[in-house]
Design a protein around this ligand. Structure first.
Ligand code: HEC
Length: 129
């Protein structure tokens, strides 16, 4: 009896973990939402969301750096950066903000793993429009 119960338990665990692995592999937006937990203390994403230590990021894609949240007190460095946010410019900034935009007030880096960064950017794209 005990053996049967153990087999059932192992079977259930294996099903759960493979379902989880599949979600992670096929759904970058869900994976990116988990990465965003590190950004959430400073940034809101929804329309009309409040600025925190960092600007609200609604409407991010297609906007010029340092213009996304009208009322936010951006650094002169980010306002002078002059680039429009898309996958490539965000990837460069989030990899190392201080190196890409010397003088920026943001010091937090996104994960060094390019796949996790890509998932984060996919999540930003879906959650900021
Ligand atoms: C400790 C607070 C803090 C954390 C954590 C943080 N940021 Fe920021 N972020 C800022 C600040 C402050 C700015 C404005 C920088 C400036 O003016 O130079 C900013 C700017 C940005 C911008 C540019 C917005 C614009 O209007 O041009 C993006 C995009 C961004 N952050 C994304 C992220 C992401 C993604 C994460 C998580 C990996 C993150 N931030 C984590 C504080 C933070």
């Amino acid at each position: 009896m005990k053996t049967v119960a153990a087999f059932v338990l192992v079977g259930a665990l294996m099903t759960t973990s493979s379902a989880l692995a599949q979600t992670q592999a096929t759904d970058p937006v869900a994976a990116g939402q988990r990465v965003f937990l590190a950004c959430k203390t400073c940034h809101s994403l929804e329309a009309g969301g409040k600025d925190g230590a960092g600007p609200n990021l609604n409407g991010l894609f297609g906007k010029k750096a340092g213009t996304v949240s009208k009322g936010f007190n951006y650094s002169p460095a980010l306002k002078a950066y002059g680039k429009v946010w898309d996958e490539a410019t965000l990837d460069a900034y989030l990899t190392n903000p201080a190196k890409t935009v010397p003088g920026t007030k943001m010091v937090t880096r996104a994960p060094a793993d390019p796949a996790r960064r890509a998932a984060l950017i996919a999540y930003l794209k879906s959650a900021t429009r």
